[in-house]
Design a protein around this ligand. Sequence first.
Ligand SMILES: *[C@@H]1O[C@H](CO)[C@@H](O)[C@H](O)[C@H]1NC(C)=O
Ligand SMILES: *[C@@H]1O[C@H](CO)[C@@H](O)[C@H](O)[C@H]1NC(C)=O
Length: 246
Amino acid sequence: KMVVPGVVLGLLAACVAAAAKESVLNICMDAKHHKTRPGPEGKLYQQCALWKDNACCTANTSTEAHQDQSYLYNFNWNHCGVMPAKCKQHFIQDTCLYECSPNLGPWIQQADNSWRRERILHVPLCKEDCEQWWEDCKDAITCKENWHKGWNWTAGTNRCPRGSMCQPFRYVFPRPADLCEKIWSNSYKYTQEHRGSGRCIQMWFDPANGNPNVAVAKYYAQNRADASPAPWAALLLLPPALLALF
Ligand SMILES: *[C@@H]1O[C@H](CO)[C@@H](O)[C@H](O)[C@H]1NC(C)=O
Ligand SMILES: *[C@@H]1O[C@H](CO)[C@@H](O)[C@H](O)[C@H]1NC(C)=O
């Protein structure tokens, strides 16, 4: 009877786990407009240009991210009157991060939407990024708390559903956490972590100092308790189970 030492199986398990951790780094999600693999994009537009060294978005997507009712999602920011520019810049940046970042791997999940196979869930957003977003949008007007669902799309773009009321963000989203977490069905998680801590994802950063989110993704990939458990975790339990058979 063949005897496989437990230490060999243990090493194998460690390799599988390490490979799985690596595999969530530097990847693009399988969604509507993402490239299959990240890479340099010399012509990324304005606010998305931070990602030009390594991006999941094309130049076309980055330009469209700045347009009202772009072909990307036909989404209308101005559903309760024109959204002020200081607020809109955060939605543009949010779109740039979503479309361009290759560092969201630890938070990619299967999605149940018809238009994408994967989504992000609970991306730990830096406190300052969330609070500035809220601050600059608190007087903007909207009629909905969750912008993923429940719109009236009969005219080809999102309009407020009957019975909803246009009111300032500060009533719809009383605290910054309400805005960052609820608007996109928990794609983001509000955190107490600060910009530059290496423990939270920055929507805004100075590309002269590199992309700080690379280290953040690595940290969370190695500390998966903070991210969601992945199917490969079951593989770790396999070697002891096999060992029991010998
Ligand atoms: C991006 O591509 C789409 C689809 O091919 C096209 O309709 C649109 O005009 C392009 N946008 C820009 C800014 O080039
Ligand atoms: C959606 O808009 C259409 C046309 O503008 C309207 O007839 C319909 O009642 C609306 N539906 C809802 C649920 O708001």
